[in-house]
Ligand binder design. Structure first.
Ligand code: HEC
Length: 107
């Protein structure tokens, strides 16, 4: 019986994290972020891979950045370009911001 409970909990945990990652990708696409951020190559904005690397290296808080509570650490000289795109994120819930951050950091 105990074993069954553990299995049920594990299954639920896995499906929740999968939902979050795909939710994050959906938000990323619906907000037009992909215009400037490609997965692996730097274009107008840094690639998602580069952003994930910098945040991991510097132990940055991506959730705080996306909420407008932390300064840019990837390419601060161009931070003004990003500012306009952070504004519409204010309407997202904490869970949605977390999902978006997880999606970016998964690269
Ligand atoms: C018009 C082009 C453009 C769009 C659209 C855009 N970005 Fe950016 N983004 C940039 C540029 C340029 C930078 C580099 C400046 C910087 O690091 O702040 C950047 C940087 C970032 C960073 C790194 C911030 C840091 O710490 O330096 C994140 C995270 C990010 N963008 C997420 C997003 C998300 C999420 C969206 C969609 C809501 C988005 N971007 C839409 C151009 C864009």
């Amino acid at each position: 019986m105990k074993k069954l409970a553990v299995m049920v909990i594990a299954t639920v945990a896995v499906s929740v994290s999968t939902v979050l990652a795909s939710e994050g990708e959906k938000i990323f696409k619906s907000k037009g972020c992909g215009t400037c951020h490609k997965p692996n190559v730097n274009t107008v904005g840094p690639s998602l891979k580069h952003i994930a690397e910098v945040y991991k290296q510097k132990n940055g808080d991506l959730v705080a950045y996306l909420k407008g509570q932390a300064d840019a650490i990837v390419d601060p000289k161009k931070a003004a370009m990003m500012k306009n795109y952070l504004r519409p994120l204010k309407s997202l819930s904490d869970e949605q911001i977390k999902a978006l951050a997880d999606y970016i950091l998964s690269h």
